[in-house]
Each structure stands twice: as structure tokens, then as C-alpha cells.
Design a protein around this ligand. Structure first.
Ligand code: HMG
Ligand code: MG
Length: 298
């Protein structure tokens, strides 16, 4: 049985722009986020308060967060890797903090320069301090199906990281299929491992669409009771520390499918497409989504 409502979390300004070679001006990011805020989205990941040497594309996180016109119905979130990032995010007025790590050692080390064991105490402190500041916290676990360095990842490894993050007090966990190799029966195995232990309402799925399997994986997740999905307008995205990873599932393609399935998202597809055209003009390249291709052909 399929859900009647689904929450879409737009990660384009973060996951999307972190993977673009060109630097986008803060004012252009602000204009894009302002247009996203008017589409009916309830959640936008605006940037990352990571080490700007690692992700120069998002070095202006504070300026962007301070510059946007806030819509009361939208939660504005950002990635935070450590206390330094948390201090910057709180100072800039973040609503929700996202901590992140991987289920595999290879990607964790390449992405955040630490082993999994070294990462837990860092995140634990961030979660504790963020909660003390009255913020909700989202956790991300990457490489939930496969790692670009270590190969296939066992569902039990994902469960262990999930256990640790939930015991720190995170409110929601997003399961990252970082490199987009997964297929529905692998998603089923993963959720079979997790759902006896965690509420479906506390899990979100974050699919990259490298091999075109993201929508199929989303349908499988929906059938298993998941109702929150991350996506990026225009299919932007990818992790610079995961070779071969390409964009997130495109928000507009996900919206089309869900709405035609009779599932409500609260988001206006036409306004989302207008917002995609805005960032398309800014980036000066054609965005890779079916809905944008159709629009260009009209
Ligand atoms: P490090 O270089 O090992 O950190 O980075 P460090 O603690 O040794 O510090 C080195 C320098 O960085 C110091 O400055 C710090 O002050 C500074 P120095 O003394 O040399 O002048 N620094 C910072 N500055 C500003 N803000 C900060 C900060 N932290 C340290 N927050 C660290 C460790 C984790 C910070 C680094 O590896 C990093 O920033 N990594 C982020 C990588 C990243 O953003 N990856 C992409 C996001 S994850 C993703 O895309 C996956 C996801 O989408 C889900 C999926 O698809 O699977 C979420
Ligand atoms: Mg991602």
C-alpha cells in the first residue's frame, strides 16, 4: 500500500552545487533558493559549513544563509562536520543541522579524513551542542549499498552506523546511495535490515541516479513504507570524494512520478520547473532531467 503524502527534501543548493566545477556567485545561489522557497517545498538544504579548502564551492555558506528571504513554511538546513562548522551554522541562523558519515571506511576517510571510529565522538559532540541550541538534527549515512573504494557494503554495517547515530539523538537518518549503483532488490535487503529497528518515518532515502535506477529504488522504498526522499532540481549533485558519482534523482522527475501516482507532495511542479530554469541559466548548461528535456523540446 502506497502512502498518500511524501516529503521531498531539496538538496540541490548543497549536493548539487558542491559538485559543480564553476563557482556560483552568492547572489545567484540566494536568488535560486528564494525561488525554491516559493515552490511549496518544506525543506531546503542550502549549503555546507565544511572546511572551505575541501569544498570551495560552498565557502560562502554564511552569506547565503543570511542573504535568503525565509519562508516560514520551509526548514533551512546545512551539512555540519564538526564544532567549528556548527558554530558557523548557528551564527548564520540555521534551522536544522545535518551530520554526515559513511558506512564504509574507504569513503569515510576520503570524505572526512577520519576512520569511522574517529568520527563518532566528533559527531556526538555536534549533535549534543546542536540540541542544546534547540536545533533538530538530521544524520546522513553514505555508501549504504556500495562504496567507491571498498565495494559492496553489508546492510549490517549500515545498521551499526544508524544505531550509533540514533543513540546520539538524531531526529532523522538519510540513507545515501552515494554512487548510484543500487537496484530495487538491494534497497529491499537494506530496508529489511533496518525497518525492524527504526521507524520508517525517521528514515529518508537519498538516491544518486548515476545508472538511472533512482526512481525504481524510490518506488521500492515507498512500497516498504518510506515517505521522505532527498532530491535535487535538475538532477544536479554528486560527491567530489566519490569518483564516478553523478547527480541526485531530479526533483522534477520525482514530482512528476509521485503526482501521477496520486501521491501528494505539496510542491508545484510548474514552479519547480521555473526554478530549474533559473539555475540552468546561472550555470549556463542544460540540466539533465526528463522534465527539463520535455520543456526544452516544447
Ligand atoms: P581536516 O582538514 O581533516 O580538518 O578536515 P582539521 O580538523 O584537521 O582542520 C583543518 C583546517 O580546516 C583547520 O584550519 C580548521 O580550522 C579548518 P587551519 O588551522 O589549517 O587554518 N576547518 C574548518 N574551517 C571552516 N569550517 C569547518 C572547518 N573544519 C575544519 N567546518 C573535515 C575535516 C571533516 C572538516 C573535512 O574533511 C571536510 O570539510 N570534509 C567535507 C567533505 C564534504 O563536504 N563532502 C561532501 C559532502 S558529503 C556527501 O556529499 C554525501 C551526501 O550527499 C550523502 C550521499 O550522497 O551519500 C551527504
Ligand atoms: Mg549525496
Amino acid at each position: 500500500k502506497l502512502p498518500k503524502n511524501v516529503t521531498i527534501k531539496e538538496v540541490g543548493p548543497r549536493d548539487g552545487l558542491q559538485n559543480e566545477k564553476q563557482l556560483v556567485l552568492s547572489e545567484d545561489k540566494i536568488a535560486w533558493i528564494n525561488s525554491l522557497s516559493e515552490t511549496g517545498l518544506s525543506y531546503i538544504e542550502v549549503s555546507s559549513f565544511v572546511n572551505p579548502k575541501w569544498i570551495p564551492q560552498l565557502a560562502d555558506a554564511s552569506d547565503v544563509l543570511k542573504g535568503i528571504k525565509r519562508n516560514k513554511g520551509v526548514t533551512y538546513a546545512a551539512l555540519v562536520p564538526n564544532i567549528k562548522g556548527l558554530d558557523r551554522a548557528l551564527e548564520a541562523g540555521i534551522d536544522e543541522v545535518s551530520v554526515f558519515m559513511s558506512a564504509s571506511e574507504g569513503h569515510n576517510r576520503s570524505n572526512i579524513n577520519k576512520s569511522i571510529g574517529e568520527t563518532y565522538p566528533v559527531l556526538e559532540e555536534v549533535v549534543k551542542e546542536a540540541k542544546m541550541a534547540g536545533k533538530t538534527v538530521r544524520g546522513y549515512v553514505s555508501t549504504v549499498i556500495a562504496c567507491p573504494y571498498d565495494g559492496y557494503v553489508k546492510p549490517a554495517q549500515v545498521r551499526e552506523v544508524a544505531d550509533r547515530l540514533f543513540s546520539m539523538g538524531i531526529d532523522e537518518l538519510s540513507l545515501g546511495e552515494t554512487i548510484g549503483v543500487g537496484v530495487p532488490n538491494q534497497v529491499e535487503r537494506l530496508l529489511d535490515e533496518l525497518l525492524p529497528h527504526f521507524n520508517a518515518s525517521q528514515l529518508a532515502m537519498h538516491f544518486h541516479d548515476t545508472r538511472g535506477t533512482a526512481l525504481a529504488n524510490i518506488v521500492k522504498s515507498l512500497e516498504m513504507g518510506i515517505t521522505t526522499f532527498d532530491s535535487a532540481l535538475g538532477g544536479l549533485g554528486g560527491c567530489p570524494y566519490a569518483k564516478g558519482a553523478s547527480g541526485n534523482v531530479a526533483t522534477e522527475d520525482l514530482l512528476y512520478m509521485l503526482h501521477e501516482m496520486g501521491i501528494d507532495t505539496g510542491i508545484d511542479l510548474n514552479l519547480a520547473l521555473k526554478s530549474a530554469q533559473l539555475i540552468e541559466r546561472t550555470l549556463g548548461k542544460s540540466l539533465k532531467s526528463r522534465q527539463m528535456e520535455i520543456l526544452r523540446a516544447e
